[in-house]
Design a protein around this ligand. Structure first.
Ligand code: CA2
Length: 145
């Protein structure tokens, strides 16, 4: 089983600023821990991709249709307005779980809207780094059921 993890804009800054919201772990530390967990606990392979560029994320989603069984995506701020990423998700048969580190519903009003959730399998938000692990567990359960 092959799972793609996509992190959107500014998530490369994890661990460097705003630790009270996003924690103190860097993105590469988080991805390393999640990859080990994916292999050791579920026997699945995790590939990861981070981009600050909308079109690169669209292309990663499109390419994933050739090899990925599922996609975990923290779309960052694109969550709230990227119709291009929404259309890319809609155009493939691969299930996508939208995930967020913070509880977007407890934050500014503009973060309460996601243009992506309706075309995703589900949404996980507010569990800090555990949102990633919860999303992986949920995707594996979904793919095995
Ligand atoms: O809670 C999340 O995971 C978000 O997707 C994070 C996005 C935000 O725009 C979404 O509303 C919710 C922002 C990512 C910024 O990440 C940073 C991490 C450390 C320092 C600065 C930014």
């Amino acid at each position: 089983m092959n799972i793609l993890l996509i992190n959107g804009p500014n998530l490369n800054m994890l661990g460097t600023r705003e630790p009270e919201i996003y924690g103190s772990e860097t993105l590469s530390e988080l991805v390393a821990a999640l990859s080990s967990y994916a292999t050791d606990t579920h026997g699945v392979t995790l590939r990861d991709f981070q981009s600050n560029i909308e079109g690169e994320i669209v292309t990663a989603v499109q390419d994933a249709r050739h090899w990925a069984d599922g996609i975990l995506m923290n779309p960052g701020a694109y969550t709230h307005y990227s119709i291009a990423i929404r259309d890319a998700i809609s155009s493939i048969d691969v299930p996508v779980i939208e995930l967020h580190i913070s509880n977007v519903h407890a934050r500014e009003e503009f973060r309460h809207t996601s243009v992506l959730s309706a075309v995703c399998l589900g949404v996980i938000a507010g569990f800090g780094r555990h949102s990633y692990f919860n999303a992986l567990d949920s995707m594996v359960r979904h793919l095995k059921s």
